[in-house]
Design a protein. Structure first.
Length: 322
């Protein structure tokens, strides 16, 4: 009997240890900052097919690089703020000639200020929009050790909105425009006090919650269909090491109380952040709202797949709420 109990105990210990090892690796891969890490350490993550297939460089390489080079060629002003937890965050300000509005650009997970946002940044600047390119915590020249999937980034968006409001002497309308995780952070930020000049939110392929996104990735990417224990351990690591809970990265409360108009975009072929995320955010949103589903578009590719639809709906949104 004792031997049987010992075997069961050892088996359970091995299972729990295995889950702990997986959750630690997942935490290190998903949450920890990779700046300065050797390329070999990052290679496996970036070779995941879902990431490679969904990136705009897959199918829109010319447009992607041309707009990115345009951004690098512009003379921009370095901007800095302090986050609520004391991090020095960096951004770039690009003024337009005779501006009609101010747009804050919130890039996605492990993104960059002149990455996938560049394509629309060029268009917006050419259409009389002052731009503020955020660099999310743990990205570019912004400080930070952990990516929090919007739990802390939502407060960073709020701080940048306040910063822009203070230098917005003409009281131009302000719009918060995010992609992927940056879109989710923008939606979550609407739960907090924003400057009165903020007239609208634009959320391109944002997820509904960190927990839901982790589940989708576990099921569709790694074929792991039983993940409650893994998520519990992941949450414990996030709270113990990174100072946030997964439930803090959720758009539900914000969408149920938000009064600022929202324009949602999502590609119907997105297999990185699945379209049901925007459907859920749209359903929960109590403010004036519009959802544009772009046929054939993958993650971050809506603006590339149908530029006319994307640009026209955005300009109409501006004209409606300016």
């Amino acid at each position: 009997m004792k031997k049987r109990i010992s075997k069961v105990f050892i088996a359970l210990l091995i299972i729990v240890s295995g889950f702990m090892e997986i959750s630690w690796r997942l935490f290190h891969m998903m949450i920890c900052c990779k700046r300065g890490a050797p390329k070999k350490e990052r290679k496996k993550w970036f070779e995941l097919s879902h990431i490679r297939e969904n990136h705009p460089q897959n199918g829109y390489e010319k447009e992607y690089h041309e707009s990115k080079e345009w951004c690098f060629a512009q003379k921009m002003e370095d901007c800095y703020i302090r986050s609520v937890d004391g991090l020095k965050l960096h951004g770039f300000y690009l003024p337009a000639e005779n501006p009609k509005r101010f747009v804050i650009l919130s890039h996605g997970y492990r993104g960059s200020r002149f990455g996938t946002m560049s394509f629309m940044a060029k268009y917006l600047h050419e259409h009389q929009c002052d731009l503020l390119f955020m660099e999310q915590r743990c990205c570019g020249d912004s400080e930070g050790k952990y990516i929090t999937f919007g739990a802390m980034e939502q407060w960073d968006v709020q701080r940048w909105a306040i910063y822009v409001s203070k230098r917005n002497k003409k009281k131009l309308p302000i719009y918060l425009y995010g992609q992927s995780m940056g879109a989710s952070a923008v939606l979550m930020a609407s739960a907090h006090t924003l400057p009165s000049e903020v007239k609208g939110l634009i959320a391109d392929c944002g997820f509904h919650s960190m927990k839901g996104q982790m589940k989708d990735m576990a099921v569709h990417w790694f074929h792991l269909h039983h993940v409650p224990l893994l998520l519990m351990q992941m949450d414990w690591l996030c709270s113990t090491l990174a100072g946030f809970h997964m439930k803090d990265a959720d758009t539900t409360a914000a969408m149920q109380t938000n009064t600022i108009p929202v324009l949602f975009y999502h590609g119907d072929k997105d297999t990185y952040v699945y379209p049901h995320n925007s459907f859920q955010n749209y359903r929960l949103c109590k403010a004036p709202k519009e959802l544009v589903v772009v046929p054939g578009a993958r993650h971050l590719c809506c603006a590339y797949a149908d530029p006319r639809l994307y640009q026209n709906t955005m300009m109409h949104f501006f004209e409606k709420y300016d």
